[in-house]
Design a protein around this ligand. Structure first.
Ligand code: GDP
Ligand code: MG
Length: 439
């Protein structure tokens, strides 16, 4: 599907002038992508309206690369909708800070309680106490005890014969006596939300006065996760969400739906069954995942990050002064090489894909190695003054680099061409050059 979006968008790119119909078509593809990622349909509708509004604005219509511009907007809006990254848990002024885990059965509450304890110990040298308040399955208490053993964290439990309320009351007391700085309460879940479960959780909330009520939601449940999150939030006023099972093949639509419906932050994501498999939530990564265009976006990011702006300016300066030489040529090759797969990178750079000046400069990793070998076989003087490369010097360079003489001729010709091209650009408009180089 990501291919479908790309097709729709590259259609825009070729056209130059964008019409309302084009944008409608592009947003239709994006809409399908979101629905396919199992984002709640109401959330999708809202989102598309926002994209359309921005896409019809001048930033896209006047852009030379409307396709890319729309991807950028979609990504920005998605990221923004999913909220800040790295939202921390609430921390109480006085110990203990209380974290209450809630959620449907099987979503990962018990495992995630352990993961949180593990993380707090690693990050803050915390001394947490786990409370086993799921009294409906004996196995649930045992499961928490196993986790506690693994982490060497105390678990407060009374088996399954007392009420959850009593267990939590007693557990809180023990935490105070033992001066635990965190209490993590593992509660019961059901297959679906029901009133008796909510009543019990409300009571536990009343007793424990938690600083955090963390909803644990299974990312694999897609649209349904949003409805469930809404229910828990209305009943308990949750403070944040942990999305589990993102190591599966889900596209992560649940993240967008839950965030958008509850307006509560996603704190962490679970990416495996091990107690160390808990990561900070990154809205930008999730947005890529939802759109199914992770590879493409990371390429764009890469090109932007890795290109050192200072180098771009120095290069532009050299162009203007006409002092670009083989040393700069090598530096430029290094720069391009360090950014990753060259073919894809070249296509990502606005204007490069169809730039006729580049049609016959077919650069691959191997070619760059050869070009470098040739330059390294030149004397320092030759590198600075391409004009002194007489036929006998060229033969010497060919022998030195192990390339044949035709290659040397071709390389010098390419060098002169690219120098000329850059000069043209730099005389016209330096921002073009910088844009071209990914600045
Ligand atoms: P609870 O009923 O909500 O307490 O859920 P559990 O903590 O017992 O977890 C249910 C199942 O999901 C267990 O088999 C866990 O190992 C598994 N699980 C929990 N979190 C994750 C996760 O992030 N990734 C994967 N793959 N499995 C998870
Ligand atoms: Mg459990």
């Amino acid at each position: 599907l990501s291919e479908r979006i790309q097709n729709a968008l590259s259609g825009l790119r070729k056209k130059g002038k964008v019409t309302q119909t084009d944008i409608n078509q592009a947003t239709r593809e994006i809409r399908l992508a979101l629905l396919e990622a199992d984002v709640n349909f109401k959330v999708v509708k809202e989102f598309i309206a926002k994209i359309k509004e921005r896409a019809l604005g001048s930033e896209v219509l006047d852009s030379l690369t409307p396709g890319q511009q729309i991807i950028k907007i979609v990504n920005e809006e998605l990221t923004q909708m999913m909220g800040e990254s790295a939202v921390a848990l609430n921390k109480s002024d006085k110990i203990p800070t209380v974290i209450m885990m809630v959620g449907l059965q099987g979503t990962g509450k018990t495992t995630t309680a352990g993961k949180l304890a593990n993380r707090l110990m690693a990050e803050q040298k915390a001394r947490p106490l786990l409370i086993a308040a799921d009294i409906y399955r004996p196995a649930a208490v045992d499961q928490l005890k196993v986790i506690g053993n693994q982490l060497e964290v105390p678990v407060y439990e009374e088996g399954v014969n007392n009420s959850a309320e009593d267990i939590v009351r007693h557990g809180m007391q023990q935490a105070k006596e033992n001066k635990n700085d965190y209490v993590i309460i593992d509660t019961a879940g059901r297959l679906e939300i029901d009133e008796s479960l909510m009543d019990e959780l409300k009571n536990v909330k009343e007793i424990a006065q938690p600083d955090n009520i963390v909803l644990v939601a299974d990312a694999m449940t897609g649209q349904a996760a949003a409805t469930v999150a809404d229910g828990f939030n209305q009943a308990l006023d949750i403070t944040g969400v942990i999305l589990t099972k993102l190591d599966g093949d889900t596209r992560g639509g649940a993240a967008l739906s839950i965030r958008s419906i509850t307006n509560k932050p996603i704190l962490y994501v679970g990416e495996g069954e091990k107690l160390s498999d808990l990561d900070i939530f990154h809205p930008d990564r999730m947005s890529n995942r939802i759109l199914g265009m992770g590879d493409m976006m990371s390429l764009i990011e890469k090109a932007q990050q890795d290109y050192d702006e200072k180098n771009a300016q120095e290069l532009a300066e050299k162009m203007r002064e006409n002092t670009f030489d083989f040393n700069d040529f090598i530096a430029q090759m290094d720069q391009i090489q360090s950014m990753g797969p060259i073919d894809e990178l070249m296509k990502m750079i606005p204007g490069m894909a169809n730039n006729p000046a580049l049609q016959n400069i077919n650069i691959g990793e191997k070619d760059i190695a050869h070009l470098k070998a040739i330059v390294y076989s030149m004397t320092p003087e030759e590198r600075e003054n391409p004009d002194i490369l007489t036929p006998s010097r060229r033969r010497r360079i060919a022998a030195g680099s192990g390339r044949n003489i035709q290659e040397i001729h071709r390389m010098i010709k390419q060098f002169k061409q690219s120098k000329e091209m850059m000069q043209k650009v730099s005389k016209g408009n330096t921002s073009d050059l910088e844009g071209m180089l990914g600045g």
